[in-house]
Design a protein around this ligand. Structure first.
Ligand code: 6PG
Length: 226
């Protein structure tokens, strides 16, 4: 596995570079193939999604784009905490042009534990085997998606698993590590010195992002700014 660092002076420059690369991946997808992407939530990546939305709105497209969250909080779409709600807000212009379809990690079940088998079946039915790219963030504890330190990274052979945020105790649904790793590209988007330090020590400290580094079958492109 290779890690390639892309360093930027600020997040605006990072967003521009990453969204341009993302658009290129979409445009190079063979006609009639489906481009599929897993998107991180949280507070970092929104400007990347907003810039991609602008770029997508300025182009014609010959294939369907399928999106899925790397993980979702078990809340209503209208809740500010919802990652899927975040994607719909950030990608609103291209949504109007029906440029993409969001495969939801949620259903009406009261807990993600109850929903895992149904959501895993939905993902297997509605997504191509391998993602075109997975965009991940990382917590300062080294978690990716909702795969937290010391917690399972897969449940049975399912594509997703229920998780609980260790601090907030918030219920989450996360893609499993094997499902996240089934991708042609990985973009890890982190900011600040602390996260850079965590990443540099991730494998030694047996963190979830260290599992990603160890097990990735493709280059991991790290997009970082101070
Ligand atoms: C989420 C994300 C999560 C996020 C990290 C970093 O649902 O919160 O998918 O994995 O990428 O927690 O979050 P920040 O970007 O807010 O630091």
């Amino acid at each position: 596995m290779t890690v390639k660092f892309h360093t930027f002076d600020n997040f605006s420059a990072l967003s521009e570079a990453l969204s341009q690369q993302w658009l290129e991946v979409i445009q190079k997808t063979p006609e009639h193939d489906t481009a599929s992407f897993a998107l991180a939530g949280g507070s970092t990546p929104a400007p990347v999604y907003e810039r991609l939305d602008q770029l997508l709105s300025g182009t014609t497209q010959h294939n369907l784009i399928k999106l899925v969250a790397t993980d979702e909080r078990w809340v209503a779409d209208s809740d500010q905490q919802s990652n899927e709600g975040l994607f719909r807000r950030c990608l609103s212009a291209s949504a109007k042009d029906k440029r993409w379809q969001l495969i939801s990690l949620k259903n009406p079940s009261s807990t993600p534990e109850i929903a895992t088998e149904a959501i895993s079946a939905r993902l297997n039915e509605q997504l191509p085997d391998a993602f075109s790219a997975v965009l991940l963030g990382m917590g300062t504890d080294g978690h990716i998606a909702s795969l937290f330190p010391g917690a399972p990274t897969q449940h049975d052979e399912l594509a997703c698993l229920a998780a609980v945020h260790p601090q907030t105790r918030q219920s989450r649904m996360s893609l499993s590590l094997p499902r996240l790793l089934n991708t042609k590209r990985i973009w890890l988007v982190i900011t600040g010195a602390e996260k850079r330090q965590v990443l540099d020590h991730a494998q030694a400290e047996n963190l979830p992002v260290g599992d990603l580094l160890r097990e990735a079958g493709c280059t991991i492109d790290v997009f970082w700014c101070p």
